[in-house]
Design a protein around this ligand. Structure first.
Ligand SMILES: C[S@@+](CC[C@H](N)C(=O)[O-])C[C@H]1O[C@@H](n2cnc3c(N)ncnc32)[C@H](O)[C@@H]1O
Length: 261
């Protein structure tokens, strides 16, 4: 049966279609706004933690796994090491003391200032695009959002040290974080990645649980080797008190597009 529409029916149809389009448009804008709001809220959380001194992850000694596995990064003279989401980690000082160069990125200006002041390093500050770059001899810390870094900034980097960066992020941002890392790192760049894994249902992050299967999926474009994995729950009172059954600490060696000899 052929169905014909009167002009008023047609007007009604097109009005309904326009309303539906407007509704979809408004809704998608709403979703984009919501995603943006969630990401922004996450960033504000970190800034607040720094302001309130709630930085339980910070240690005053270099990480023992960095000392144990630093050789896998095959650092040579003048090697520049990228330390994402660096906070005021003294692991950066460890690299400097071994005469390597460091490039860090950190959201909190307070953290960056504290790093230089507490370690008595004279520093300069320079605005560069979206970042304020704090520099001292052999170290530049880009103060701003990791996701604003580009391949040009990291062009001289040949190794990455990730302690407390990947596991600081919720699952959706971990995907974004590793995708961005793959875009900005030069080929043949080696990574030392330290992770935690525990039953996520028993306690909330951060730090978030990241197991070997997830590491392999996130870094599928990289050569990946687990160097070590052990249960260390007996040394983690916060997790023990929350009734967490196990807490695995793991170290991984990764390499982006390794040159084949
Ligand atoms: C758990 S802390 C780890 C700090 C450091 N890696 C360490 O081991 O001490 C995570 C850090 O990431 C920073 N951060 C979070 N999101 C960031 C982002 N999008 N860009 C840059 N830094 C970020 C936070 O301010 C915080 O200092």
């Amino acid at each position: 049966m052929l169905c014909t529409l009167s002009s008023s029916d047609r007007d009604l149809c097109s009005t309904t279609r326009e309303s539906a389009n407007e509704f979809c448009y408004a809704n998608s804008r709403g979703i984009i706004f919501l995603i943006f709001f969630i990401i922004e809220a996450g960033m504000t959380d970190w800034i607040t933690r720094w302001k309130e001194g709630k930085i339980g992850w910070h240690k005053n000694q270099p990480n023992s796994k960095l000392i144990e596995f630093i050789d896998c990064l095959e650092l040579g003279e003048n090697t520049r090491v990228f330390v994402p989401l660096c906070g005021k980690s003294v692991d950066m000082l460890y690299f400097l003391e071994k005469s390597f160069k460091v490039l860090g990125v950190e959201l909190s200006e307070l953290a960056v200032e504290q790093f230089f002041v507490e370690n008595k390093l004279d520093f300069t500050m320079k605005k560069s695009d979206k970042f304020m770059v704090f520099s001292a001899k052999n170290i530049d810390i880009y103060c701003g959002d990791y996701f604003d870094l580009n391949a040009q900034i990291l062009s001289q980097v040949s190794a990455v040290y990730d302690r407390g960066a990947l596991i600081a992020l919720p699952a959706d941002l971990r995907v974004k974080y590793t995708q961005h890392l793959e875009v900005i790192l030069p080929s043949n760049c080696r990574l030392l990645l330290l992770t935690l894994n525990y039953p996520q249902v028993q306690i909330d992050g951060p730090p978030f649980a990241v197991n070997q299967a997830e590491v392999e999926v996130l870094f599928k474009g990289f050569e990946c080797q687990q160097l070590q994995c052990f249960d260390d729950i007996q040394n983690e009172p916060k997790f023990q008190e929350a009734g967490v059954e196990f807490l695995e600490k793991a170290a991984y060696y990764l390499c982006k597009d390794p040159y084949k000899g």
